[in-house]
Design a binder for this molecule. Structure first.
Ligand SMILES: Cc1ncc(COP(=O)(O)O)c(C=O)c1O
Length: 339
């Protein structure tokens, strides 16, 4: 079993840049919504009806196109439970989100990991070639965690055309709100043309609700109906549902915070470029330093500068873009690494 490794915790004087979380505290309106929902002796609304309607309204879809789950990782697991079992395969790029091997193995599917290209892009031709009669699903992660770069609309459409239409293609858009590249794929826009495509999104990142565990999936009603059935009943708390609705109601404030984080990302990136780093264009709330064998040592350097980052031994270091005050620490550590 590949065990899911959680990003390390931080001490009082350290920046926690290890889990791609949102650094902002909850919005006052979100806190107020939770406070009005303290009937925790009651089960939650298992259909998440109000939130489902709200998401449908915001995305311009109908409630039949929306499934809510306890975090997008749970929805990824439900999707695999739904389409496959032992002997079936799920194809995804590697390195990508660490939850993929976990949900694949838990559901009994065999993970087929296709190495990223040298520029950290998805090797879509190799992914299409990896599809066999056993393939039930493909995960596309854009922006890709941990490398931060996006798939373009053309790339996603190419893959959708290249694979059989009975293979479920899941576009994992956990970081979609931070994307500023106009060529980047937007799953929502593609759904109407590809019934085998599902977009998975989360309230953990832009909305800053990671601790409440809530995400959603968008797709064809036939898929969404079974996806809901594949989840444990009443797995999403009322607190999470209320908070998500309040956060969608506060979309201007959420957008402002996201814009702020994008600004911090731009400052980090400008500093790294000045120092001579070559890193993939970051479109999520994190940057990727492809340090290979030096990654573990680099993690120690960041730690000395008060930054807890995510180290992938022999591969690279992922640094979450968060508080303004963390930028100096990140750039000081990065400069030391260059020296
Ligand atoms: C690409 C990607 N997908 C999904 C998730 C899971 O998010 P959650 O389960 O909090 O919605 C994460 C979390 O870091 C992620 O990076």
């Amino acid at each position: 079993m590949p065990r899911y490794r959680q990003g390390a915790a931080a001490g009082p004087d350290q920046f926690k840049l290890s889990s791609n979380e949102n650094p902002f505290p909850p919005l006052p309106s979100v806190l107020a919504a939770i406070e009005s929902e303290l009937e925790i002796n009651r089960y939650p609304d298992g259909s998440a009806a109000r939130l489902t309607e709200k998401i449908a309204e915001v995305t311009g879809l109908s409630p039949e196109n929306v499934a809510v789950g306890p975090g997008s990782i749970s929805l990824l697991q439900q999707l695999l439970l739904m389409v496959g079992s032992v002997g079936d395969e799920v194809v995804y790029a590697w390195r990508s989100f660490e939850g993929y091997p976990t949900v694949a193995t838990l559901t009994g599917l065999t993970p087929v990991e296709v190495p990223l290209l040298d520029d950290c892009g998805h090797d879509l031709a190799a992914m299409a070639d990896a599809v066999t009669e056993h393939t039930r699903a493909i995960f596309l992660c854009t922006p890709n965690n941990p490398t931060g770069n996006v798939l373009t609309t053309d790339q996603v459409e190419w893959l959708l055309a290249a694979v059989p239409s009975d293979v479920l293609v899941v576009i994992d858009e956990a970081y979609v709100d931070f994307v500023r590249d106009p060529d980047a794929a937007d799953g929502l826009r593609l759904l109407a043309d590809y019934p085998n495509l599902v977009s998975v999104r989360t309230f953990s990142k832009a909305h800053g609700l990671a601790g409440l565990r809530i995400g959603y999936a968008l797709g064809d009603p036939a898929i969404i109906d079974v996806l809901r059935a594949a989840g444990l009943p009443m797995a999403v708390s009322n607190l999470a549902q209320r908070a998500a609705i309040a956060s969608l109601d506060a979309s201007d404030e959420v957008a402002e915070r996201v814009e702020h984080i994008v600004g911090v990302r731009n400052r980090v990136m400008a500093g790294l470029l000045d120092q001579g780093w070559e890193v993939p264009a970051p479109q999520g709330n994190f940057v990727w330093l492809p340090l290979g064998e030096r990654s573990v040592d680099a993690g120690e350097v960041f730690l000395r500068h008060g930054a807890i980052v995510r180290v992938f031994p022999d591969s690279g270091v992922r640094v979450t873009v968060a508080e303004d005050a963390s930028v100096d620490a990140i750039l000081a550590a990065a400069a030391e690494l260059v020296r």
